[in-house]
Design a protein around this ligand. Structure first.
Ligand SMILES: *Cc1c(COP(=O)(O)O)cnc(C)c1O
Length: 472
């Protein structure tokens, strides 16, 4: 039985000689066509051996499968998606969007060679950090600054350089986990510092730190921002300015992992909460670190800023070389820093900040426009504008709800999950929130330039809804 089926399976050469595969070999490398065909034939053989099929697909079907796979394999895996979730710094969707203007600069700087580590004034070797240090100092008010691969690396390097073989006090309420693989106690252990937990989960007072310094040999105080959770009720935390006096008195180093920090006070984008590195440094932190792709709105990087003596030591740490920032992120960061020369410019030019600053009225007006666009593409679709509860996201400022607006698209007889699958499967996928039998497209995180694609996605959904109605 198996042998009979095996014999019916077309031969490789026969398949490769057929018109459509010969045509495909003109578009794709011959070896890729042959490998894909072989893989498809092997799968069929395995199914025959396992007794999983009772008849062999014909040459036409096999050809179709091969062509389909070739097509799929030629798509990029990492591609643009439309973020209709209303979560601005969406970690799964690449955190901060960079915006077109930044890309113009990247193209200019990166399509050829650059002076990444070449000092144009002396003609000698330069430092990649020199391109942004002055601007970072201006934004943070620090004496010196350095930028590395991401904030996880920044925290590690800060501790490995300044707290290794020393004891570091951290509040029990600040031993955070960020995104699964970043747990403060583990990072501290790996960096070579010994963690001394102080206070309790909900309350940590200055006297708890003082006790650790005086009686438990602690010489580093570390404060960590609670970026992705809230504690409320009977709580107390110790501020940097209180810790500073203790640090000065007892000759301790005071470090602050801000996680996410704004370049300017949050009020400049209409928010009340949020840290600025400048404030932390003014209040007395020796060194602070934060992500460049959270509230800074730029590319993935970790910024470390503070006292010159500390930053110089971090610069000389061998491990810094392993976690250095690459030229793509550096070029993106420099443009963000240029915009950060002025708070108004930053809020206008940095997409994540612009999205945060967008008012409910603006969102509503834009949602009405998107609704109109959708109805042009898909008349008859059940669409309306509703209130959206947007978020900052990305482990930045937890608990802040930004009132916005969404276009709600009814999914007819399709389930919400089925509709979601359709939208995710498009050439330009549309990621949304699903609520009951409606797809919610929050406009805060969708740029005007993406409205056409979002409307086409809805048209594809409308087509699927019609098909489904016919099927059932
Ligand atoms: C986000 C965050 C980190 C990690 O930063 P990455 O840029 O994701 O590496 C570390 N600490 C805190 C407090 C954070 O919020």
């Amino acid at each position: 039985m198996n042998g009979e089926l095996m014999r019916k399976l077309p031969k490789v050469d026969f398949m490769l000689g057929r018109d459509r595969l010969r045509e495909a070999a003109a578009r794709y490398p011959y070896a890729v066509v042959k490998d894909t065909l072989n893989a498809v034939l092997t799968e069929i053989r395995e199914k025959i051996l396992a007794g999983g099929i009772s008849s062999v697909p014909g040459p036409d079907d096999i050809e179709e499968t091969v062509l389909h796979r070739l097509e799929e394999g030629s798509h990029f895996s990492l591609r643009r998606v439309i973020n209709g979730t209303g979560v601005i710094l969406h970690t799964n969707l690449g955190r901060a969007p960079l915006g077109g203007e930044v890309l113009d600069h990247l193209k200019e700087v990166l399509s050829g060679y650059s002076n990444l580590e070449y000092d144009l004034s002396t003609g000698r070797r330069g430092s990649r950090y020199s391109h942004v240090e002055e601007m970072l100092c201006r934004v943070t008010g620090a004496e010196a600054a350095i930028v590395v691969n991401n904030n996880a690396a920044a925290v590690f390097l800060m501790l490995n350089t300044l707290a290794k073989d020393r004891k570091t006090a951290v509040s029990r309420g600040e031993l955070v986990e960020i995104g699964g693989s970043f747990r403060m106690p583990d990072i501290m252990g790996a960096s070579g510092t010994e963690l001394v937990e102080v206070g309790t989960t909900n309350r940590t007072r200055l006297s708890d730190y003082a006790d650790a310094v005086r009686n438990r040999d602690v010489s580093v105080l570390l404060k960590v921002h609670r970026s992705n959770f809230l504690i409320s009720g009977f709580t107390e935390e110790t501020e940097i300015r209180e810790l500073r006096d203790l640090a000065l008195e007892e000759d301790c180093i005071l470090l602050f992992d801000c996680g996410a920090a704004f370049a300017y006070p949050p009020e400049t984008v209409g928010l009340r909460e949020g840290i600025t590195a400048r404030k932390a440094i003014r209040e007395g932190a020796d060194v602070v670190c934060f992500s460049a792709d959270k509230l800074f709105g730029s590319a993935q990087a970790g910024i470390i800023a503070g006292r010159k003596a500390c930053i110089d030591r971090i610069r000389k740490n061998q491990l810094t070389r392993m976690m250095r920032i690459d030229k793509l992120s550096l070029a993106a960061l420099e443009t963000a820093l240029l915009y950060c020369r002025d708070p108004k410019l930053a809020a206008e030019k940095i997409p994540a900040l612009r999205m945060m600053a967008s008012t409910e009225e603006e969102c509503r007006e834009r949602a009405e426009r998107l609704k109109k666009r959708i109805l042009e593409e898909a008349p008859g679709l059940d669409v309306s504008v509703t209130l959206a509860e947007d978020e900052i996201g990305g482990g930045a400022i937890p608990g802040v709800v930004l009132p916005g607006a969404a276009v709600s698209v009814g999914t007819g007889s399709l389930s919400g999950e089925e509709a979601d699958r359709v939208l995710r499967g498009l050439r330009v996928p549309l990621v949304t929130r699903i609520k009951d039998r409606a797809v919610l497209i929050s406009v805060r995180t969708v740029e005007d330039g993406e409205f056409d694609d979002a409307a086409s996605a809805c048209a594809a959904l409308a087509a699927r809804i019609r098909e489904h109605r016919v099927e059932v």
